[in-house]
Ligand binder design. Structure first.
Ligand code: SF4
Length: 447
């Protein structure tokens, strides 16, 4: 196990999609066909006017291009880096039909957004006259940021309550460094603060009660994302060297040092498991093994993420289920191996996802000095336990799809707590939708 200072880490995380040079951006922008009925815009959950922002890059108007992006997506900088463009805007590009490479929309968006922030992040819109009605956003992640950013332009008073020292949610703490650095996420937080949004560091349900918030605010947006990562529920998971994927990623992104094993086992098959595995590899782990209980074709991670991970040298083990973590012989308080059982390849493995069937006696040990469970996050809303009339569906907050309003008309919601954990751009879309509906409620109430 080695402990690495953060500056060394940063050098190990070159951008996954490096910025285009100015010349390359111009050439790329001029390849765009500027479709009238742009499928890329339809495929973007925030419906950025893609042809319009690309045309502005082609004419050298980078600031105008950034404003076009921000008009639809206030987190245009982070989305340019983390959106799975292959299945969103770029996946819809008409150039696919001509067997040509799609326009690199994400990298062009990044070009405009980098220019905007490097130039001082100047927004033109003045603040509107104040309107009666106060709005609280619970959680400082992408959904709340996108919701809050819509409101000052309509004169609304808005406060974001975030329990961690830094706002930005998973953008700041939970997305792998090679995709998004905390400094970029914090640039967006500062932009939203500059629009008149207040940030309070407080944990709702502990340092401030939901009753206090209800007493002081007219409408409440729930954008608190998901809870802690689920536990494995197997012996040995409290040994030193076992750290859940989100804590591991948050530590290396924001803490001064991070511990990395020589042989690392990552348990899970989602995108967070891949992020953690790639990070462990780049931070110096000699071997990184991903253990997944189902087959390759049922792995929930995007296939392009999986392919990248293989290029990083990460090894994948399919149809294996960890049943215990054993202590090291030399350090009895530390993890030394994961015991796994093989899963029957003929287990029902379809959409209903029943429990895999284990093969008796197939147990084996995988030696490792670090174990990173990445099993997905829990969906706990303890501060809403007292009945507030909010309804839940599949452990997510149930909302009206057009407005984001919950069954309690004072509460709106968006992002991971509604969709169970999707992309940043989906959270932005959910936050925007709720903000616009809240503005309509305040207009109807106060004129
Ligand atoms: S926000 Fe994401 S999906 Fe939308 S245009 Fe930009 S990169 Fe594509």
């Amino acid at each position: 196990m080695s402990s690495l200072p953060l500056p060394a880490n940063l050098e190990r995380f070159p951008d996954l999609h490096p910025a285009l040079s100015s010349q390359a951006a111009l050439v790329e922008a001029n390849r765009c066909l500027y479709c009238f009925d742009a499928p890329c815009t339809a495929a973007c959950p925030t419906h950025i006017d893609v042809p319009r922002f690309i045309r502005k890059i082609a004419t050298g108007n980078l600031h105008g291009s950034a404003l076009t992006i921000l008009a639809s997506n206030i987190l245009g900088l982070s989305c340019s880096r983390v959106c799975p463009v292959e299945i969103l805007c770029e996946g819809a590009c008409v150039l696919h039909r001509y067997n040509e490479q799609p326009i690199q929309i994400g990298r062009l968006q990044r070009d405009a957004m980098d220019h905007f922030y490097d130039g001082g992040a100047r927004l033109p819109a003045p603040r509107a006259a104040a309107r009666p009605g106060r709005i609280a956003c619970i959680g400082g992640g992408p959904a709340s940021l996108a919701c809050a950013a819509e409101l000052p332009a309509h004169g609304c008073d808005v406060t974001i309550f975030e329990s961690r020292p830094l706002a930005g949610g998973l953008n700041t703490y939970g997305i792998a460094e090679y995709k998004l650095r905390p400094s970029d996420s914090l640039r967006e937080v500062e932009l939203i603060r500059s629009m008149g949004v207040r940030f309070e560091t407080a944990e709702v349900g502990r340092s401030v009660s939901i009753a206090q918030i209800e007493a002081e605010y007219d409408l409440i947006f729930l954008g608190a994302g998901l809870g802690a990562m689920r536990r494995l529920g197997i012996p040995g998971e409290d040994l030193a060297g076992v750290i859940d994927a989100l804590t591991f990623i948050a530590d290396y992104k924001t803490a001064g040092t991070v511990d990395v094993g020589k042989r690392v086992a990552v348990i899970g098959g989602g995108n967070t498991a891949i992020d953690a595995a790639n990070a462990a590899r780049r931070l110096g782990a000699e071997e990184v093994h991903v253990l997944y209980r189902r087959s390759e074709k049922h792995m929930p991670a995007f296939s392009f993420e999986y392919q990248r991970s293989r290029q990083e040298g990460v090894r994948f083990h399919w149809l294996v289920r960890p049943v215990a973590i054993h202590a090291s012989d030399s350090a009895p308080q530390r993890a030394g191996a994961v015991e796994c059982v093989r899963v029957d390849a003929n287990s029902p493995d379809g959409d209903t996802r029943p429990e895999p069937v284990l093969i008796p006696g197939s147990n084996f040990l995988l030696a490792c000095d670090m174990v990173i469970p990445a099993l997905g996050q829990s969906r706990l809303w303890s501060f809403l336990e007292a009945d507030r009339g909010i309804q839940f569906e599949n452990k997510c907050v149930a909302v009206d799809r057009a407005t984001g309003q919950t069954a309690n008309p004072r509460y709106f919601a968006g992002g991971d707590c509604v969709n169970g954990g999707r992309e940043v751009v989906d959270a932005v879309a959910g936050g925007k939708r709720a903000a616009r509906a809240m503005i309509r409620v305040l207009e109807a109430r106060h004129g």
